[in-house]
Design a protein around this ligand. Structure first.
Ligand SMILES: [Zn+2]
Length: 257
């Protein structure tokens, strides 16, 4: 039967069009290349852990999202915000489809390091945290704060689900990358980007150790409530205050900062 497209139908249509993948149902459904069914199951597990943990940590109704597990040969046809495909192997979050989607490659790019059992789940939870953050409007912030939040959130999920991070953190190259999270300037090469993310992960894990996970709820809600662009100075205030008593001094004392 033919019907004129209603808004609902248009929504369903947009979800179904990209790639025509089969769907693995869950809180975060995974649309996956048929030959990647096994990998889809693994990712679905990480997504479920992250989705539930972040909902609890942040005390919010999780956003409605889906995930695409995209085969290499389909990467150029994956949903995305820009006209040109993104570099292969880099997961991202896009609102170009409804519901918005996490797009995950069949293999993470080799720029992701260190490579441990925690690399993939942390990466999935990082993107999921971006999805939660963007699920309610957020203003622009300095890059270090915009990436610190999902890095700290991914470490908090790891703590909740009992994924030990010691080995992963110990294998981060501690050689000074020549910048701190505050004076890192993009655009940078893939290696420097990774060093930047790893500094943020170390800072996030240290903050969880020192202050517990409560600061995440505070910083997410603070960012959702901000209505003006957050500059560097304001970003430091917001994070320092979210950490709790002594937060600003603690931040200033950290080598990564
Ligand atoms: Zn990110």
């Amino acid at each position: 039967m033919e019907r004129a497209g209603s808004a609902v139908e248009a929504g369903e249509g947009r979800e179904a069009i990209p790639l025509g993948y089969p769907r693995l149902d869950a809180d975060v459904p995974v649309l996956h290349a048929p030959r990647l069914a096994g990998k889809a199951g693994e990712l679905s597990g990480y997504l479920a852990q992250g989705y539930r943990s972040l909902g609890q940590i942040l005390s919010v109704e999780p956003p409605r999202i889906i995930a695409y597990l995209v085969a290499d040969e389909d990467w150029e046809r994956a949903p995305r915000d820009n006209e040109r495909p993104y570099p292969p192997g880099l997961p991202y979050f896009t609102r170009s489809v409804e519901p918005p989607a996490l797009v995950l490659p069949e293999e993470l790019s080799t720029v992701f390091r260190p490579r441990t059992a925690a690399t993939l789940p942390l990466t999935v939870w990082h993107e999921l945290a971006h999805a939660f953050l963007l699920g309610q409007g957020v203003v622009r912030t300095p890059a270090w704060l915009g990436e610190f939040v999902p890095q700290a959130a991914s470490a908090a999920v790891a703590r909740r689900v009992g994924l030990p991070l010691e080995e992963h953190l110990s294998r981060i190259d501690r050689e000074e990358p020549g910048f701190t999270v505050r004076n890192f300037r993009g655009p940078a090469g893939a290696e420097d980007q990774m060093s930047f993310q790893n500094l943020l992960l170390l800072l996030g894990a240290a903050a969880l150790e020192e202050f517990g996970e409560g600061f995440l709820q505070s910083i997410f809600h603070t960012l959702w409530e901000e209505d003006r662009i957050v500059d560097g100075e304001r970003a430091e205030e917001l994070l320092g205050d979210s950490l709790g008593q002594g937060g600003r001094e603690w931040l200033e004392s950290r080598p990564e900062f």
